[in-house]
Ligand binder design. Sequence first.
Ligand code: GDP
Ligand code: MG
Length: 320
Amino acid sequence: MFGKKEKPEKREGFLKRLRARINKGDNWLTYDLANLVPGGKIDEAVLEDLESLLVMADVGIDTTEQIISDLRHSLARNELHDIEALQNGLRNSLLKILEPAEKPLAIEKPDGPFVIFMVGVNGAGKTTTIGKLAKHLQDSGYSVMLAAGDTFRAAAVEQLQAWGERNEVPVIAQQSGADPAAVIFDAWQAANARGIDVLLADTAGRLQNQAGLMDELKKMQRVVSRHDENAPHEVMLVLDSSQGQNALVQAEKFHEALGLTGITVTKLDGGAKGGILFAIANRLRVPVRFIGIGESVEDMQTFRASEFVDALLASGNRDN
Ligand SMILES: Nc1nc2c(ncn2[C@@H]2O[C@H](COP(=O)(O)OP(=O)(O)O)[C@@H](O)[C@H]2O)c(=O)[nH]1
Ligand SMILES: [Mg+2]
């Protein structure tokens, strides 16, 4: 299974960066929480203020209502006597929502290569995530090959090839404008012939013609399944967290068309507050596999619900 051989010191460094970088290091939850309760008394007005905070952090209205309703019950039972109790209640409620989304990517060893399609709109971070994931997989002992399935933009093929060269990972590509289905068909054969463990396929992400894009991706799915009826084994959506609630709308569209099996959320190091993960977990019920907190290879890790909630609730803007 992926992640088993993860070095603990790498994970620690990542957590440090996650806490320091999420929402640019402003721990909105804790910071604002203390500000919400100047007198230290938790009442309905405090919960209403918290409600607006969560909505503004991209948690989404129905998910926020669920959280506030949990807290309201605690308040009615006189369990919220101070900020600490409120924080604990909030932590439990956030965890309850996020934990079902924690299902790390498991690479089974099928007869042929384990095929992962990386999908998402332009700029979400697909190609970058492929690079990071390829490195993670290699570090865990898997052999990897890349397929340049974004043939729409010439730069996309070059970006993938350059990355492959730097890291000595084979890349299967055709000229730009080629049929992505043909690219993935060939890439599967090449990967299978060389006994490669994991084939990572990049795809196009143009938004102008959404129906056209979905048809193209479905064709890629059909074509690769002729080689192996279980392929692609993972259809992973890459989502830019700074897109806020718009990211959720995108995710729903991709899920409807392709049947997503995993999501990677990128750019949590920007201004994004991270609430989008709760909306994804609660509404979409597709596992969150990885989170990205920067552009370099070590800035991506397996998603763990409790670590994420702790990063949001970490007190102050510290970096340990
Ligand atoms: N800050 C930050 N930038 C990222 C992250 N992931 C990707 N990027 C950047 O986002 C931009 C678009 O990424 P790219 O992989 O080309 O997106 P694609 O169009 O979906 O393939 C690039 O400049 C990446 O370096 C992340 O987690 N944090
Ligand atoms: Mg790309």
